[in-house]
Each structure stands twice: as C-alpha cells, then as structure tokens.
Design a protein around this ligand. Sequence first.
Ligand code: MSP
Length: 652
Amino acid sequence: MENNKFYITTPIYYPSGNWHIGHCYTTVICDALARFNRMLKKDVFFLTGTDEHGQKIEKKASELNKTPMEFINPLVDGLKDIWRELDISYDKFIRTTDNYHVKGVQTIFKQLYDKGEIYKSEYEGWYCTPCESFWTESQLKDGKCPDCGRPVQKGKEESYFFRLSKYADRILKLYEDNKEFLQPKSRVNEMVNNFIKPGLQDLCVSRTTIKWGIPVTFDEKHTVYVWVDALTNYITALGYGTEDDSLFKKYWPANIQMVGKEIVRFHTIIWPAILMALDIPVSNQVYGHGWLLIGGDKLSKSKGENIRTEITDPKELVDRYGCDALRYFLLREIPFGNDGVYTNESLLKRINGDLSNDLGNLVSRTTAMINQYFGGVLPTPTEFTELDNEVIKMANGVFTEVSKYIDLIDVPSALIEIFKLIQRANKYIDETEPWKISKDETMRDRLKTVMYVLTECIRISAIMLKPFITKAPNKILSYLSIDGEFENTFDNAKFGVLKEGTVIKKAEPIFPRIDVNKEIKAIEEMMAKSQEEKKVEEIEKIEHKEEISIDDFFKTELRVAVVEACEKIEKSSKLLKLTVDVGGEKRTVASGIANYYKPEELIGKKVILVCNLKPAKLCGVLSQGMILCAEKDGKIVLVAPEKDMPSGAEVC
Ligand code: MSP
C-alpha cells in the first residue's frame, strides 16, 4: 500500500485577495500531478489551503475596522472560487485558523519544548513603537521601520528559540544522501552556499507583540511564529497531534511538496529541521519552481501611459478563454524549474497554436471526415502500412514517454510528448490525403484504416491530456461516444481499443481561433477603460458638503499650536488628553487619536487647533478646541504646517 499512496502539497496561500495568474502556477501543477497519479490508480491525497495568521492580517483587518476573521473569510471564499474555476481537485483545504490545526501546532510546540528543542531567551532587534514590531537589521528600510517609515529603537523581546543551528550538518547530509530531496538541483547550491554554509542561527519561534497568532499553551503571552504555524500544516492536515492520526500514518511523508523558489529555504532548511526534531521522516521531495513574470515592462501602446495591459486576474482569464486554456498555458509555457514570462499575447498564441490549430483541427477534421465518408460510424481497419505502423507505435509509446517526464516533474516536456502525437496525426492526414482516396472506390479499405488510425490517435491523446486540461478531453471522448468514466485510467491509452461501429459525432470547434491583434486591442482598450473607471469611481466616492461662503469659513479660528504634554484618558480607549500652547495660552484638548499615536510621540509636535469651538466635556476632560486630522479608510494622521511656524500663527 505504501508505494501506492501519493501525497502532494501546495504552499498555503496568504489571504491577500490580489491573486494573479502567477499564484495559480503552483496549484495547477500540483493538480495535474494529482490527477495523473489518480489515473495511475494511486491513492492520492492533494492538500492546499490558506496561511491566515500574522501581523499583516491583524493590521489590515484593524485598518478596515474588522476582526481578522471578518477580513479573512471572504478572501478565503474568493480563493476557493478561483480553484473551482480552474478545476483544482484538492482533497483537503486547510485553514491555519481551523481548530484542529491550532491544537496540532500547540501540541507540536509543546513537544519540541519538552524535548529541549525549543528554549526561552531574548530576541534583540529594532523596535518600532507605533507598530509594536521588532525588526532585524536587514529588514529595516533606510534604517527605519519598513512598515511605517518611522525611527526605530534598539530593544529586546522575550522569545522562544528553536535549535535550528544544531541541524546544519544533518540537513547537509540529507541533501548529500538524498539527491531527490531538493529539486531542481540548482536550488541545492543556493541553500548550501547562501544559508547553511554562512552558519545557521537558532530560529526565533515566538512573539509577544503579535496577537493574531496561535498562543503558546504554556506561556500565553507568546504566539507561535507564523512560519512554524504555516509549515506544520502539512502534517496537522493529516491529523498529526490529534486523536485520529490515521491519515498521517497513511500518507506521510509527502511525495512532493511543490513551492515557489522564494520559499524553498523555509521548506528545505526549517521544515526538515522541525521534522527531525520531532523524529518524523522528512518529505520525499521539495520542488522549487520558478516564477511566472507578468508582462515585463510592457506599456499600453495606444495610451502611451503606464497602464497595465496584461489581464492577470485568473477569474477574468477563465471567463474569457476557459479553464483549459489557462491551465494549458501555465503547464506548457514555463520551462519547468525556470522563470517564464506571461503576456496576453503568449497566452493567445498557445491557444491558437497548440489547442486550436493542432488539437482542435485534428478532432474537427477527423470527425467531419468519418461523418462524410462513413455516415458517422467508425469503420474497421484492414491492413496497416509502414506509415500506419509508425503512427501506431508513437500512439502506443506516448504513455511511457509522458510518464518518464512526469517522474521528473517536467510537465511541459510531458505535454510536448502528447502534442508530438497530435502533430504527427495531423501530418498523417496530409500524407494520406483522405479527400483524394475517398474518390477512389478501390481505396475504400485504405480510407477505413486511415480513419481508424486517426480516431485512435485522438482517443489516446484525449486520455493522456485528461490530467492537464479538464474540459476538452471529455468533450472529445464524448464525440467518440465514450463516457469520461470509462477512460479515467491510462489502461486504455493503447491502440486498437475502440470498437468498429462506434458512433462518431461531428465535433464543434473545441478551441475557436482567436484573432490575436483584435483581441490584444480589445484588451488594451478594456484595461484602459477600467483604469479610467477606477479613477472616476474614486473621485465620485467623495461626498462633498454643502457650499459655504468665505465669511462662513472665516468664522472658524484655526491656529498653529504646539503639544506640550500628552497622556491617555483612562476612561477611553480612543481619546488622548493633550496640553497645547497657542501663542503662550495653554489649552487642554481631548482628541480621538489614541489608536494612531502614542502620547510620547506627540510631544513637541506642531498641530492645527480649532480655537473657537465651544468647549465640551469628553470622558471627564474639558476639551477646549479640536485638533485637525486627515482621515481615509479608517486611517488618521495629524495635519501640520508645511514649514515651521510659531505657535499662535493663524491658519487662513
Ligand atoms: N503563505 C506562504 C506559504 C506558506 S507554506 C507553509 C506563501 N504564500 S503566497 O500566497 O505568497 O504564495 C503561494 C504560492 O504562489 C507560492 O508557491 C508562490 O511561490 C506562488 N507564486 C506567487 N507568485 C508567483 C508567480 N508570479 N509565479 C509563480 N508562482 C508564484 O508564500
């Protein structure tokens, strides 16, 4: 049974909502491999999901005045929609906020702590007070907080550390002994030279400043570092650390863990070290694929401005060209392991070339001829010529050739093998010239054989294409009166299976040809229009107030003031109490900016004060004026004079 199982995983996706065609790459490849292995009758488990904890999510949600879950849930639904549109056949979708995962991570963290693999120490770094974040030296941007750009101070944070450094030799040995572990091979040098040889440091695996994370059970002010939380999904999804770990026993170790090249180091250094520390075998293979580069520097020719002309939204691409076209492009275009470039044009060329010209034409021509010459009934072949045998040999060999490449996870080469047969069959039509022999009654038997050979080539190609594209193969097989189920294994990917007398229906164009120039122009116009609309929408969103006269405006007395003291107002979570100086006069002001500024940050700042506002009592503080702020999407910043001005200066 062990050899028959196939466990394949994608990374779990950040719920960003801005998913593009590049994001689909990892998952579509995994899906093709999962489907291929199912057709090999393997017991497949295909895992994907979402990576939902961490500071970024916490921050974004709070900016939108939402709880993290309110923010994440619709995004997760959106990702599942994309996978539905792309026919992704995952067996399980894990969310790191799922209860069983949270419990699993807590169990793993405790196990590692009990074994002495995790210890408590201090993490030294650069602290940004407003963001409550620690940053390492290399994370800083121009020496400032990479998130808000404000100055940072050196600080220490109590943290738990994982003894990653002690695994350096074992990981090197893993690469050495198991050449399959990290593929493609070039990534091994990258890991060894850039990360392991310079020296592995113990890894900080908990934070006290990040609340949106999994709490450490034995020290609740700590949450588990997001990457430890995320990586362990590959085993918690199988029930590791819970009462029912039967799936874990059945499927672990993973056969293939597919990841983009930027996250290889987490999967081939940290992840195996965690598994080693837990005494769990490491995965059989991590494959680090290259990136799909979107569009290059292409600008809109028509507008001459910096407008994106590439459609990158997966749903829009599926709506326009269909799921098969997008899947085929992703699987075929990028030399596996390397980067590839996506443009609208490259996608359209694949659709017109391989799918429409080669595959679509072969099916249309053959089914049309059988209908024309044999009333839509498959004839019996008689004698096979040398030419027929050459084509038959190729058709019989295609499964072996494709399997060879799938074993190497070289999906584009596997597709090339299938299309070699399709192209050969098209050439065979030109060589045998059925339209000529159909006119010669003495060549009737020859015509029968030619039609049979062609139909079998189509049938075998369709079966072989099933793991890669999900709609057209079944459609093609249905033209040959075969219901999809019957062909769900590769057993029938051999010549001579289809019975004479089978009804062959005349095929509709499966991939209608697209006029590339017209389509590119339409896309450019559409993209330019939608950008214009976006701009207009943004402008229209502002609801202006009723007009006032200049006299009305001058009724408001606005002056520059300097903040001399500031403290929190105990009874309120939103208000700060400021003491300001307005040209020598002291005033107390309550301002609702406690969520955006720390009291100590404000001292010495110049602000604009509405001086003649009627005083009002707010949470026990008599507020003598109001401080001007700018607000957008729940974010608030203070308004200040553009150059230095003395306090008391009038704003007019
Ligand atoms: N959450 C982490 C993974 C944690 S796994 C324990 C993450 N998420 S992600 O949403 O940023 O990326 C998900 C996958 O999409 C990764 O494999 C990533 O490499 C892939 N891609 C994102 N953009 C891509 C391209 N432009 N091209 C190819 N793959 C790309 O990383």
